[in-house]
Design a protein around this ligand. Structure first.
Ligand code: G6P
Length: 365
């Protein structure tokens, strides 16, 4: 397929900007009538399984880690998540009534495909969340769940990640519905907020100019820490991965509660700490973590909603996102994570679309 940059300097910038539209397309594909979920190809019976195993590599792995929170919280379905290269060689036992779900933008990642083949004849069914619907992983699965992101060219995945998250959230909601774990009222409420998500994502893109400004400062750093709790922990990991991949700045993500178990030793005025934290039930704990960082001279870049930013008091820098249902926050907070990495890479002058040593699709081990 021929695609161009559509007036953008990089494919990555174009693909970030496309997210309101492609997330909207994913939502329409899975909610064609606007208020009920319809899975492709006859769907899937989530009452026929007792657990899920999610396997992927790279950015898709962080989509799986996010989905674990959704499936466990919404559908009370236990979830195991693994990177494909570990899973395939560990050869884990697959208990009866386990569905294995593979997430892959390309559908061709060698380790993910090998992990899928390991599950053949062991898992009760094999599901694939893919962008390329005519890929090897799609062909070898029982049910293909396309993410509708369109062709992604930038090596660092952006729109595929948020579309993966969108489809995985819808799957978790459907699992919760089938298993009687969500009330019809709550389901209707979440689905109506999902319909509104593309507009909210559009608003988040308005932080682009400020993200570019902060990124000029991040570009001076040798190390950046990302912190998040709950659903924000995998998004912090994705933010750190993006930063490493394209700006070549060393970045690590920690669960906020782990701060005092190691990373706090690294904090000084040279280490920016990106805190991803909507004001949710655990926000007070995150505020204490930020105070611990600032007491040691650390520079906190807080990404939150206006209520969270107000409660935090004075921080080094902040990016304000719209306030939405906590369930949807991973999709929204992925955007500033992408924008910070993107603009930091531009500030450093690295090759944004073709970062050194990386490939879009890793089809050999
Ligand atoms: C490579 C790409 C990443 C991607 C990962 C998994 O490392 O650079 O952007 O997340 O492979 O690829 P997949 O196609 O399986 O999602």
């Amino acid at each position: 397929t021929m695609v161009d940059k559509g007036g953008h300097k990089h494919f990555m910038g174009k693909e970030i900007a496309e997210q309101p539209r492609v997330i909207g397309e994913a939502i329409r594909a899975y909610m064609p009538d606007g208020d009920t979920i319809a899975l492709p190809d006859g769907g899937f019976d989530f009452t026929a399984v007792d657990r899920l195993t999610l396997v992927a590599c790279g950015t898709a792995y962080y989509a799986c880690l996010t989905a674990k929170y959704w499936f466990e919280q919404l559908a009370r379905l236990p979830v195991e998540v693994d990177v494909a290269s570990e899973f395939r060689y560990r050869e884990p036992p697959i208990p009866a009534r386990t569905a294995a779900l593979f997430v892959s933008q390309s559908g061709e990642t060698a380790d993910t495909l090998a992990a899928l083949r390991y599950c053949e004849g062991k898992a009760s069914s094999i599901l694939a969340v893919v962008n390329v619907a005519e890929s090897s992983i799609a062909r070898e699965s029982d049910l293909v769940l396309p993410i509708h992101a369109g062709v992604e060219v930038g090596v660092a995945s952006t729109k595929a990640f948020t579309c993966q998250l969108t489809v995985l959230l819808i799957l978790a909601l459907e699992a919760a519905r089938q298993r009687g774990e969500i009330s019809p009222e709550r389901l209707a409420d979440v689905l109506s907020q999902l319909r509104n998500l593309p507009a909210v994502i559009g608003n988040a893109l308005d932080t682009d100019a400020f993200a570019a400004h902060v990124s000029n400062e991040l570009a001076e750093a040798q190390d950046v820490l990302f912190l998040g709790r709950g659903l924000m922990f995998p998004i912090a990991m994705e933010g750190a991965l993006k930063m490493k991949e394209i700006s070549y700045i060393h970045a690590e993500a920690y669960a906020s509660g782990e701060l005092k178990h190691g990373p706090i030793a690294l904090i000084d005025s040279h280490v920016p700490v990106v805190v991803m934290a909507p004001r949710d039930a655990l926000y007070d704990k995150t505020v204490s973590n930020m105070q611990e960082v600032m007491a040691r001279g650390g520079k906190v870049l807080l990404i939150s909603d206006s209520a969270g930013i107000e409660q935090a008091g004075e921080v080094w820098r902040s990016i304000t996102l719209p306030r939405i249902d906590p369930l949807l926050t991973p999709i929204l907070y992925a955007l500033p994570a992408q924008l910070l990495a993107y603009h930091t890479a531009i500030a450093k002058g690295t090759d944004v679309d073709q970062p050194r040593n990386l490939a879009k699709s890793v089809t050999v081990e």
